[in-house]
Ligand binder design. Structure first.
Ligand SMILES: [Zn+2]
Length: 336
């Protein structure tokens, strides 16, 4: 098949995949998440809803960030509203509270099936859902409520198609292209979610870790290994190097700054990346990312006075560079 046709297909599929990544970026961090304001109707005042919030955390139904815990998800799945026990002043409102938590869990990657406008909640018509083109045709506004659609939707589709094209031009039609393409998608989703929510979802980090191990076992060439066992060992070392390096620097930061300096998601994120790229590349990413992070961090502090900066985007940027040029960088560093 002529190269130009394959490239066109990579771009076409890249746009469609980008469209799906937009769904992931919007829904993943919002699924099963509640905020103290959601309970204002029940509690009546901010002060009281804060109390209710604390009760929900101490009862083990939500975590500190407002994500619904497994304990609640189990009750929800088995329809056991009666077992939903809440101590304190809000015991009598437990039905309403259950419903609010329940509703937050309804949103997921595959539910609802069709995309909707985050503002007016109306379903997006199929012909308004064509990657890149629909955004331009609609002039970047919702057909119904005319509210601007964030430019990000267009950008993510464009970015996904472009990056997949770059990966293709480096690796051709190969196992590497497929694997690094999937990894690139994970990097894009993590970057945008981390920017907004300062988290990287477990579906990406732990889910991706399993995918990384499985692919390493099936395709030893990913690690330049001679057998599946050798490849799995290299994948395992990548997990240790990636997760371990971030974990240790986090511990170090806690001792120096006396506060949490690395989110737990970052540990799992680089462990996942290490499972695919191996320990040398994981360490290279570890040392490369702060250069981007420091630059942007200083900029963010100067412009916005931001206190915390998400680290996922810089790990992602470093990872993409290492996917393309990691071997060259290592050669340059150690033979020069
Ligand atoms: Zn709308």
């Amino acid at each position: 098949m002529p190269d130009l046709i394959i490239k066109s297909m990579v771009v076409l599929f890249g746009c469609l995949i980008g469209s799906f990544l937009n769904v992931c970026i919007y829904r993943m961090p919002r699924s099963g998440k509640v905020a103290p304001e959601d309970f204002l109707k029940i509690s009546g005042s901010k002060e009281h809803s804060d109390k209710l919030w604390e009760d929900l955390i101490s009862s083990g139904y939500i975590d500190e960030d407002g994500y619904v815990e497994k304990k609640f998800k189990k009750l929800r799945k088995k329809n056991q509203l009666a077992k939903f026990e809440l101590a304190g002043a809000y015991a009598k409102s437990k039905k309403q509270i259950f419903r609010i938590l329940d509703k937050s869990c309804e949103l997921s990657i595959d539910k609802p099936k069709r995309s909707f406008c985050p503002n007016c909640q109306k379903q997006v018509l199929w012909y308004d859902n064509i990657p890149l083109l629909s955004y331009l045709a609609l002039g970047g506004k919702c057909r119904f409520c005319k509210k601007p659609i964030p430019f990000r939707y267009f950008f993510v589709e464009f970015l996904t198609a472009s990056l997949l094209l770059v990966v293709y031009s480096f690796f051709g039609l190969s196992v590497q292209f497929f694997t690094y393409g999937v990894l690139t998608c994970a990097l894009i989703v993590s970057t945008f979610i981390d920017f907004d929510f300062f988290i990287i979802p477990d579906e990406i980090t732990l889910g991706g870790l399993i995918v990384g191990i499985v692919l390493s076992g099936i395709f030893p060439q990913l690690h330049g290994a001679s057998s599946w066992l050798d490849s799995l060992i290299k994948s395992g070392l990548g997990i240790l190097a990636g997760g371990g390096s971030i974990y240790l620097i986090g511990q170090f930061g806690e001792i120096i700054f006396k506060k949490e300096s690395m989110g737990g998601g970052d540990v799992e994120f680089l462990a996942m990346i290490g499972s695919v790229l191996g320990w040398q590349m994981a360490l290279l990413i570890f040392f490369l990312a702060p250069f981007f992070g420091a630059g942007v961090g200083i900029f963010a502090r100067l412009t916005k006075g931001a206190e915390i900066i998400p680290y996922g985007p810089y790990l992602s940027l470093a990872t993409f560079i290492v996917i393309l040029w990691g071997n060259n960088i290592l050669k340059f560093l150690f033979y020069f």
